[in-house]
Design a protein around this ligand. Sequence first.
Ligand SMILES: C[S@@+](CC[C@H](N)C(=O)[O-])C[C@H]1O[C@@H](n2cnc3c(N)ncnc32)[C@H](O)[C@@H]1O
Length: 336
Amino acid sequence: MSKATTGGGTTGDGTTGDTTLSETTRHTPVLLPQVLAALNIQASGTYMDATYGRGGHAGAILDELIANGRLLCLDRDSAAIAEARVRFGGDSRVTIFLAPFSALAQCADQVLPGLKFDGILFDLGVSSPQLDDASRGFSFMQDGPLDMRMSAGEGPSAADVVNGAPLSELIRIFREYGEERLAPRIARAIVQDRESQPFERTTQLAEMIARVARSKERHKHPATRVFQALRIHVNGELDELKAALDAAHARLAPRGRLAVISFHSLEDRMVKQFMRRHSLADPMYAGLPDMPVHARPTLKLVGKPILPDETETSSNPRARSARLRVAERLDQGIAA
Ligand SMILES: C[S@@+](CC[C@H](N)C(=O)[O-])C[C@H]1O[C@@H](n2cnc3c(N)ncnc32)[C@H](O)[C@@H]1O
């Protein structure tokens, strides 16, 4: 985790607005009005955007906050955080952290020990600038190094995994994180090919997969699921999410809102089960007239999962698989 950057000019030029950003750094925020409604923003409240990206949601949250409102922005990608510092470095309501969101409690404590939030947002997955920058290696559509690390340079890259993991581990990764039914076939082909030539480029891997595995889904490239699986594995995405949901739950103020946008079924399932689990009373105490505090639910589900409408998906195809789930922290000791 890098040291916090607070507004008030500590980040250099303090430029605000989009004027310094090139086209390639843009990201269209998904379900924006729905997210703002979900967070139920109080003008002087304290909020966290745990996945800053290019600040689409963060900027809109800030528009609703007055001078004593507060927003903490996190991202593990240094390019995202560099943009945040340029754009919001001069804003005294904002504190910016280069950190994985599993460390959100430690970030909050840097601002104020034990700080709690009126709303915490996770907009999971990758941003458009990450996908569109071939040098980050996230996309099978563009040739680039097989990298996929959100925290650039930290830990093993996708190439390290593809060239180094045993066959059984590759099969597990493709099955578990990509739900790829042809996992064994693809993994065997990788192991055979890497003997003579290691995989270094995104298109090298994508083309090999296209040769050995035809996609059943007409509009899906055969490498889609393997690329998703490698990205999830390389970035430890499910472990990150599990730790972050627990931390967010502990840091929500009474009536604070948790809003999570997921883009694939693995993370959505985790979010759904997490919210459900905390919205139910301990069944051991079911039917008892006086339920002890520790057995009472701590979250209330807010509405049904929210999906983008057709207008949004036609103007922003990347919103297609988005699903927003919302829950509210219950006052301690008050049953749902
Ligand atoms: C979909 S984008 C967010 C876009 C943002 N809401 C906006 O409107 O510009 C997801 C961002 O979350 C970041 N991210 C993903 N997993 C993370 C993690 N475990 N910790 C911190 N940041 C993470 C990615 O680096 C990426 O910048």
